[in-house]
Write a protein that binds this ligand. Structure first.
Ligand code: ATP
Ligand code: MG
Length: 236
């Protein structure tokens, strides 16, 4: 099968307006009637200035936000799940098996060692704990997180160290779909290059990736397709 024509995400006519109920019901329209298709083996970069709704679109794809109208279809095994209407247990199943999400900041989980935070998604899929920790260690090594930190909870880690723990966790399972919200934002050049390599390897194995990267260099190295929310709105 030609991977380039095998859609993994089909978002059709989606609209998002935030309503601030605790501030007089003020409405903040973010985007309206946009379409986005992402195929297996490709990386799409959400593009546009600060505040255009890139993170909001990504969270909508992950089922974090309700959207007004449209559908967010995600290929989950042999099924299509509409993340905008799915039941909570369907969303959890998609997140467990199909779609990984690397947020910009790690939600520090008190007292859980970094190695376990990274291994957890594999353990949740039934992988043997020792094997899962070994895999987690390989990723942390690759991302240059010093081994003496692995047994510590990441709350005291530097911003870049926390981000690398977060990235390792997102890549520990070979998810068919990956959502990456500025994963390279606080990394040095060497680690940025490593993450770029990991993204390229993921698309090469057929993953569909939606990313937000401001770094020109990273986009070029990944060979990403740019997706501009505002241009999409005008076309819709
Ligand atoms: N939870 C929320 N409640 C209300 N408004 C929100 C919420 N999240 C985002 N917004 C608003 O939606 C708009 C888009 O925000 P979003 O975070 O998606 O932008 P972005 O394109 O990711 O920007 P940046 O490049 O700065 O990260 C902004 O005007 C923001 O104020
Ligand atoms: Mg953002």
């Amino acid at each position: 099968m030609n991977a380039a024509t095998f859609p993994m995400i089909k978002a059709e006519g989606i609209t998002k307006t935030f309503v601030l109920h605790n501030q007089g019901g003020q409405r903040i329209p973010v985007f309206s009637g946009i379409n986005l298709t992402v195929n297996a083996g490709e990386c799409v970069v959400l593009n546009g200035p600060s505040g255009t709704g890139k993170s909001t679109l990504m969270r909508a794809l992950y089922g974090n936000y309700l959207v007004g109208g449209g559908a967010i279809l995600v290929r989950h095994g042999d099924d299509w799940i509409d993340m905008s209407r799915a039941l909570p247990q369907e969303i959890l199943s998609v997140r467990k098996h199909t779609m990984g999400y690397v947020s910009q900041f790690l939600r520090a989980i008190p007292r859980v060692p970094a190695l376990d935070i990274v291994a957890e998604p594999l353990v949740a899929l039934g992988e043997d704990e020792i094997k899962a920790r070994t895999r987690a260690g390989e990723l942390l090594s690759r991302l240059r997180v010093p081994e003496n930190l692995w047994s510590l909870a990441p709350a005291t880690f530097s911003g870049g160290e926390q981000q690398r723990v977060n990235i390792a966790r997102g890549f520990v399972v070979d998810f068919p779909i990956l959502l990456l919200d500025e994963p390279t934002a606080s990394l040095d050049a060497k680690n940025r290059e490593t993450v770029t390599d990991m993204i390229r390897e993921a698309t090469a194995r057929g993953a569909a990736i939606v990313g937000i990267f401001h770094d020109e260099d990273v986009r070029d190295r990944i060979g990403a397709r740019l997706y501009d929310i505002k241009l999409q709105e005008q076309a819709a």
